[in-house]
Write a protein that binds this ligand. Structure first.
Ligand code: PLZ
Length: 461
């Protein structure tokens, strides 16, 4: 543990000598100035341990100084390749200049009114943009909130009022948040649910299409899920079916083709609200503006957050006008939902998603990563699967002799990459998936450097 830093140093004194402006001005190359974490990060980590509950964990205990493009500079001056984007948030880039300008201009006008007290243009403009950009040309309405979990909660509220039913169907490996209802909807116990019950009732879990594990076609997997729901719940009891088009925390599971369309058709035939949780997959991430578009699925309601506002907290529920308007006046809201500063950031970010070539860039990132990872897999049988779409790619780590999930090796690979200055995230119900979620503005050289590091780490094991 570092002993050089004074115990009571202020934030400014924790900044590195290498401190500089964030955004695209950050040099786009990896640099190891100290061991990782370095002394300043270790000093901050000690203070964190004394000030913040351990329940708030840190994947890679380096502390950020500035960030931009595909690089995060820590307080010791290390330049780390960011393959996490703060969990798929900074798609447009960290400290992206047009986002910064929009935020600054809005802060100078006003910071807050509470939209349900007096309105402002930014909220309405974000709603109009989402109504236009999300799949389907039907009439839509959008309500804004702060976090992804809050969006999911509100999607369920809308579906329950609109249908007069109560059951929510979710899927194996699902992740929908950490509030009480969304914990119930999330599949994985440790660390998300363990000890936090009792959970909200009327949540039913159905089997998911998981091609690497179940070998089923999409239509067959959907038929199995539908049969199970009809027998165990009854279609006429179901208010909403909530699904991530590609699962995020649950392991970047891409359902077999035909699975999502079959579920959407069944939901539609049975008066069930089909909710696509695109909180992780949305906004160009998968090489489409929204992942549902890949199979032409038009959700009744779509939840978005993360990438929407370039790092500012904002989430949205966008849905068919008749569903969204089923809720009584005053039934939806919250003090900060659709905060004007977050809305200004979202409008700048959406402009970049629409006209800045980021959808195409995400697709190109997917091609590069899939190609590099497939070659690493061919030489390393511990990589059982390479999957994902666009800038949402993962490898599943297995015991080569049995195919069983191998969380220990997964952890070693992530730690090895971290030590070399590459920020990698893991995920999966069995904690055996390494996921790649770079900012969409990262350049190819950084991606290749990160893949070289991964290759050497995996090969060395
Ligand atoms: N739905 C599909 O991916 C958030 C969670 C990180 P919030 N995923 C990252 C963590 O450990 O808490 C997520 C998601 C999908 C909902 C959410 C919830 O979004 O903004 O974290 O509430």
């Amino acid at each position: 543990m570092a002993t050089t830093a004074p115990a009571q140093q202020g934030p400014a004194s924790a900044r590195s000598d290498h401190a500089q402006t964030g955004g695209p001005g950050v040099p786009q190359s990896r640099l190891l100035a100290t061991e990782i974490p370095g002394p300043r990060s270790r000093a901050l980590q000690e203070r964190k341990a004394a000030a913040v509950p351990r329940g708030v964990g840190i994947t890679l205990p380096v502390f950020t100084d500035v960030a931009g493009g595909g690089i995060l500079v820590d307080v010791d001056g290390n330049r780390l390749i960011d393959l996490g984007s703060g969990i798929a948030v900074t798609g447009v880039g960290n400290g992206e200049p047009t986002v910064v300008r929009a935020v600054t201009a809005q802060i100078e006008r006003f910071t807050h009114t509470c939209f349900t007290i007096t309105g402002y243009d930014g909220y309405v403009e974000v709603a109009e943009a989402l109504n236009r950009l999300t799949p389907g040309d039907h009439e839509k309405r959008t309500a804004l909130f702060n976090s992804g979990a809050e969006a999911v909660e509100n999607a369920v509220k809308v579906a329950r009022v609109a249908t007069g039913r109560d059951t929510v169907v979710v899927f194996d490996h699902a992740y929908h948040g950490r509030t009480n209802l969304t914990m119930a909807m999330t599949a994985k116990s440790m660390p998300y649910k363990h000890g936090f019950g009792p959970f909200a009732p009327s949540v039913h879990r159905a089997p998911l299409s998981y091609p690497f594990r179940d070998g089923l076609s999409g239509p067959d997997a959907a038929a199995a899920a539908i049969h199970q729901i009809e027998k165990q719940v009854g279609a006429d009891q179901v208010a909403a079916l909530v699904i991530e088009p590609i699962q995020g925390e649950g392991g970047f599971v891409v359902p077999a083709p035909g699975f999502l369309p079959a579920l959407a058709a069944w939901a539609s035939a049975n008066g069930i609200v089909f909710v696509a949780d695109e909180i992780q997959t949305g906004f160009a991430r998968t090489g489409r503006m929204f992942a549902c578009e890949d199979e032409g699925v038009v959700p009744d309601i779509i939840t978005t957050a993360k990438g929407i506002a370039g790092g500012m907290p904002l989430s949205a529920v966008t849905g068919r006008a008749e569903l969204m308007d089923a809720v009584h006046v005053g039934g939806l809201g919250g003090t900060y939902g659709g905060n004007p500063v977050a809305c200004a950031a979202a409008l700048a970010a959406i402009e970049l998603f629409e006209h800045g070539g980021l959808v195409e860039r995400a697709a190109a990132i997917g091609t590069l990563l899939t190609d590099r990872l497939s070659r690493i897999r061919d030489a390393n049988p511990c990589i059982g699967d390479v999957r994902g779409r666009g800038a949402m790619i993962a490898i599943e780590i297995v015991d080569p002799s049995t195919g069983a999930p191998d969380a220990a090796t997964t952890g070693r690979i992530a730690a090895g990459a971290h030590a070399q200055g590459v920020i990698l995230l893991t995920c999966g119900t069995d904690s055996n998936v390494i996921r790649f979620l770079p900012p969409l503005v990262i350049d190819d050289a950084l991606l290749h450097d990160a893949m070289d590091v991964l290759d050497s780490v995996v090969t060395a094991l």
